[in-house]
Design a protein around this ligand. Structure first.
Ligand SMILES: *Cc1c(COP(=O)(O)O)cnc(C)c1O
Length: 958
């Protein structure tokens, strides 16, 4: 009998090539083992000598059993904590068909518009919803959370201030504490003076450039800011309102009382609390500020046939162009959650949303009146959903009784805050009343609940009641039955190419498998229904997940500790630089503010450095794409006095393990600086080497790249930072929940960022184990080198290591095609006809394609991709040789739609089947781009970022 295999290995599902395929690939590379390839690729001086110390790999069923026991350590109490996080009813049709559907969660940011119209439309719906509810003119397609959105607003107000001498930002003391915390962090690095206080006591000086108010306030009251805003505008002071979007269905929207920018969270629109995230924040402002808006904006344009088309507008790759001058470092945002919120609004429509808000408000009024009848003092005269009940000496006993009943309120001083949400029922209100009645020696029967409920009233002042319409567009008035909604979701999904169709070989983005088992626990109520500020004795499960992931990622990075606050890689960069600055300051070195960044760096590096208040000095790369060590040494020495850090990506964005990396880190340390490693390329390091081993002091990990969180069409993500021992004391703290004893102020609203998706990375590591993870890295390198071997006869490969090997990605040089009029963008569009998403276009080198296959693709898929690239090269050759017209050819005509190929008239110089079915495998599994090539410049000239009226669709739809 053969040896018994006690469990199926997840590693074999995660890694694409089979044993036979591996043998064939090694053969093609001319090596006998995968380890021989690794030896030729990774410099010996940085190779790890020991296997990672991680627990043994669990099979998929075993992992789910284990995580269920961990889930049981979380206690899901009724949450009335509020503070920006509310329980919701996530409609099943959205949960199953968007949140839990790889057709929606595995795509990348919609750079390739022709195969992304579905999510572009869903994000346009989100923008329209935000614009309508806030009554502003323009909105973006999401930011990371409410607190960072407020910080972005502050910076925008600062950038557009009239008087450059004005330096003070005045914030209402009634903003949420986490928002104040994040504002403090950002203000510090810009040198903005942050004043927190009572709006009535604002200093009457010229130094104030902006004001932030919260609506309703953090304590729940609804105030009329109209006169205040008029006075501030008369003094050239701009106003940001942080607003609860759901409340704006009932309240006069900030746009109607003069706010210049409105930000907030859309979590209440059907997105679970998830112990802090992920949720989409929104950002809306006036048309006049369109060039200062952080993040992505979706805009309307036309395609090659003149039809309606959507695309990302203006600052598509803003950081790559403007680098340290960019208006923000936002790269990954919260696309998937914004999409869900938009669908939630479409499903309920204006009437449904209003009904939900009316119910919430009505139940709050009911509770208020019942508590007053019991003799309690309720402190909020006006409110939408939040009461504050003064408890005096009852505070302690009442809290204990509430906990006995599995109920959480928000306790501050001697008052209890109670926030009602969409899930609250009449029975829930009765349960609360029972608790309060007990301390007045009464019972629920002493209160005429039904009687109070029958007499309607409102706690919203007349002047602040909303009278204007919203969500009048057909998108929000057509899909209220489940069948209509299901089909709408599916019709948009069908327009988008995702990992469900084919590999997405985006260099630097690591589009690997997002395993189903990794996703399953995320929507379990034990994880999704926890409030981030829930008492710690209710969150044991999460604490265990976070502690284990901290230990495992510390082992993988070779560092001492990990902070889970940053919600994206770029936020990790920002947080890491702040940690470095705090370290220098702890040694009395306040002046260190120079950051060296190689020319090949990702655009977020300089953008984050500038956000952290640092000066950027660019280090040259040599002709082989490596950091010019002599230039680095010279610049480090010149700036030694003020050197704060080096930001370096490893292996480099050129896809090479640079040999002198240890020397590079030494130079920086000798000059008194710290080394920040951009961990986006960790997929080439795990198990083989580590940032700690190489000599770095900090790195971020894009958990949405290397550690399997799906990209969600542009977010969510997580960018935790690992640090060496000497930096541990400076990791970010949090005002509401202590997570670090003496660290810097918070960088995110929630103490552990988007905690619920940490489960995905936890599952990945637990199911792969040390060997599986290391094999994944080896296969990532094998797959990239296999592509290199197949394509190098057809495309020049830009850079390689000493032995001619690339790391986990490679750059195809397309610059010479320019002579034939072929642009790298034409190749990207033509790939769509073959059913593939383009590699990364023109980063890090203009006119090139960067290909990263990841370990999860099989040889069969790699071969289809290579066949497509080779066929396209032949199409280019036909133009180069004059056999095809330079302006009218397969590449310029791409992508070809079903409408164009099936039209009665065909006037192209090539055949329909060449256009649509260029290789046999394409016929088997054709993915049709839903529109022809988009017109980028038209969209930027006339920016339209809300759903156009339906008449516009009809005109365009010829
Ligand atoms: C993806 C990436 C980033 C930015 O990460 P986000 O999570 O998108 O903010 C930074 N650097 C490099 C090299 C990257 O590839």
């Amino acid at each position: 009998m053969n040896k018994i295999h006690f469990q199926e290995k997840f590693e074999e599902r995660h890694i694409g090539p089979s044993a036979d395929e591996t043998a064939a690939m090694l053969d093609a590379l001319g090596v006998s083992t995968i380890d021989q390839l690794i030896e030729e690729t990774v410099p010996p001086q940085i190779r790890a000598t020991n296997e990672l110390a991680l627990p043994g790999a669990l099979g998929e069923p075993a992992y789910l059993r284990r995580i269920k026991t961990v889930a049981d350590k979380n206690k899901v109490f009724r949450s009335y904590i509020g503070q920006g996080y509310y329980d919701v009813v996530l409609p099943g049709v959205i949960q199953r068909n968007v949140f839990e559907n790889p057709g929606w969660y595995t795509q990348y940011t919609p750079y390739q518009a022709e195969i992304a119209q579905g999510r572009l439309q869903a994000l346009l719906n989100f923008q329209t919803m935000v614009i309508d509810l806030t009554a502003m003119e323009i909105a973006n397609a999401s930011l990371l959370d409410e607190a960072t959105a407020a910080a972005e607003a502050m910076f925008m107000q600062y950038s557009v201030r009239k008087s450059k001498a004005a330096n003070t930002y005045f914030v209402s003391q009634h903003a949420f504490p986490q928002t104040l915390d994040v504002l403090r962090t950002r203000a510090l690095s810009y040198g903005i003076e942050l004043r927190v206080g009572d709006l009535g006591e604002m200093p009457d000086t010229d130094s104030v450039f902006g004001v932030l108010v919260q609506y309703p306030t953090g304590t729940g009251t609804v105030s009329d800011y109209k006169t205040l805003v008029e006075q501030l505008h008369a003094r050239d002071i701009s106003v940001c309102a942080v607003a609860d979007l759901l409340s704006l269905t009932l309240l006069a929207p900030p746009g109607e009382w003069g706010a210049d920018v409105v930000v907030g969270s859309t979590q209440r629109f059907g997105v679970p609390m998830g112990f802090g995230g992920p949720h989409a924040a929104y950002f809306a402002t006036k048309e006049a500020y369109k060039r200062n808006i952080p993040g992505r904006i979706i805009g309307v344009t036309v395609d090659s046939s003149g039809g309606y088309a959507l695309r990302m507008a203006l600052q598509t790759r803003e950081q790559h162009i403007r680098r340290d001058k960019a208006s923000s470092n936002i790269c990954t945002a919260q696309a998937l959650l914004a999409i869900m919120a938009g669908f939630y609004a479409a499903y309920h429509g204006p009437k449904g949303l209003r009904r939900i808000a009316d119910r919430i408000h009505g139940l709050t009024v009911l509770l208020d009146r019942a508590l007053q009848q019991l003799g309690y003092a309720q402190l909020n005269e006006t409110y939408f959903d939040t009461l504050r009940v003064e408890l005096g000496e009852l505070a302690g006993p009442l809290q204990a009784e509430a906990l006995n009943n599995e109920i959480n309120f928000f306790y501050q001083d001697t008052a209890a805050g109670i926030s009602i949400d969409e899930t609250t029922t009449f029975d829930d209100i009765e349960a609360i009343v029972r608790i309060f009645a007990k301390f007045k020696g009464k019972t629920i029967n002493d209160i005429d609940m039904a009687g109070i409920a029958a007499t309607t009233s409102t706690a919203i002042p007349q002047v602040l009641q909303r009278t204007s319409d919203y969500l009048t567009h057909p998108v929000f008035n057509s899909y209220h039955s489940e069948h209509e909604m299901l089909r709408y979701i599916k019709s948009l999904e069908a327009k988008d190419l995702s990992l469900c169709h084919s590999m997405i070989p985006l260099g630097s983005c690591t589009m690997k498998l997002n395993g189903t088992t990794e996703m399953v626990p995320v929507t379990w109520p034990e994880f999704s229904k926890l409030h981030p500020f829930a008492p710690s004795d209710q969150t044991g499960g999460y604490m265990q997940i976070i502690a284990e992931l901290d230990e495992w990622l510390s082992e993988i990075t070779g560092f001492a500790k990990v902070s889970f606050q940053p919600n994206s890689g770029a936020q990790g960069e920002y947080a890491g630089l702040l940690v470095i600055r705090a370290y220098h300051e702890s040694r009395g070195e306040f002046h260190r503010d120079v950051v060296l960044i190689p020319a090949s760096a990702h655009g977020t590096n300089p953008a984050s450095a500038s956000m952290a208040g640092m000066k950027v000095v660019v280090v040259r790369c040599d002709e082989r794409g490596n950091i010019d060590v002599a230039d680095l040494r010279a610049k480090a020495e010149v700036h030694a006095e003020n050197l704060s850090a080096l930001m370096v990506t490893y292996p480099s964005t050129h896809g090479v393990f640079e040999e002198p990396i240890i020397e590079i880190c030494d130079i920086i340390h000798q000059c008194g600086g710290q080394v920040y490693m951009d961990g986006a390329n960790m997929n080439a390091q795990v198990g083989l080497t580590s940032p700690g081993l190489i000599g770095a002091d900090v790195c971020h990990l894009n958990l949405h790249k290397t550690f399997c969180i799906p990209h969600g069409g542009g977010g969510p993500g997580m960018g935790p930072i690992g640090v060496a021992k000497h930096l541990v004391p400076f990791l970010p703290n949090h005002r509401v929940v202590d997570v670090s004893k003496q660290g810097i102020n918070a960088v995110s609203a929630a103490p552990w960022g988007s905690a619920s998706i940490l489960l995905i990375s936890h599952a990945y590591i637990a199911m792969m184990g040390a060997q599986g993870l290391t094999n994944a890295t080896k296969y990532a390198i094998l797959n990239a080198n296999y592509i290199k071997t197949r394509l190098e006869k057809h495309y020049p490969i830009l850079y390689a290591g000493a032995n001619g090997r690339c790391a986990h990605e490679l750059i195809l040089d397309c610059r010479s095609f320019k002579a034939a009029g072929v642009d790298v963008g034409d190749i990207a569009k033509r790939l769509m006809d073959y059913g593939f998403h383009a590699p990364t276009v023109s980063f890090p080198v203009a006119g090139t394609l960067m290909v990263e296959p990841t370990e999860s693709e099989s040889k069969a898929e790699l071969d289809r991709f290579c066949d497509a690239m080779i066929a396209i090269r032949e199409e280019v050759a036909a133009i180069e040789q004059g056999r095809c017209d330079q302006a009218n050819n397969l590449l310029k005509g791409a992508p070809h739609t079903i409408a164009s190929v099936s039209a009665d008239v065909w006037d192209k110089p090539y055949s329909r089947s060449q256009a649509a079915f260029p290789l046999p495998f394409v016929r088997e599994h054709k993915f049709w781009p839903s529109i022809g090539r988009v017109n980028d410049s038209l969209g930027d000239r006339t920016l339209v970022c809300a759903c156009p009226p339906i008449s516009a669709y009809e005109e365009a739809d010829v």
